[in-house]
Ligand binder design. Structure first.
Ligand SMILES: [Zn+2]
Length: 121
């Protein structure tokens, strides 16, 4: 009986490839999961920020210095953020983005300033 070295080598390489592929898949899953957690945390931070803003707006409304459109804009932003948060429930990274009101550039959700023109988002 002869030992077919080629066959053994091919089989070993094939097994090694499978292991490497599996490891790479697992790593990718971990990256997607981490990205999801970061995105969700960023969205929650923004929600907290807008709740604070909304609270201040309501408080200032007593003095008559706040326009109804400012409050509406804040509420709309909160609705938008809750939708973005819901979209990440399945574990996927947030696909949403912040569109700059000045230059219309798409920015990452956690950007505070526009990456293109520097306008506050
Ligand atoms: Zn911009």
């Amino acid at each position: 009986m002869t030992i077919d070295m080629d066959k053994i080598v091919t089989k070993t390489v094939c097994e090694a490839k499978k292991v490497a592929k599996k490891a790479s898949e697992t790593a990718n899953e971990a990256i997607v999961y981490t990205k999801n957690q970061i995105d969700r945390a960023a969205i929650r931070d923004q929600i907290n920020e807008y709740y604070k803003k909304l609270g201040k707006l309501y408080y200032s409304e007593y003095s008559g210095s706040v326009s109804a459109s400012e409050i509406r804009a804040c509420k709309e932003k909160l609705d938008e953020l809750f939708i973005a948060l819901k979209a990440t429930d399945n574990g996927a990274p947030a696909i949403g983005c912040k569109v700059c009101g000045f230059c219309n550039a798409k920015n990452k959700l956690d950007n505070v300033y526009c990456a293109k023109c520097g306008e506050k988002l």
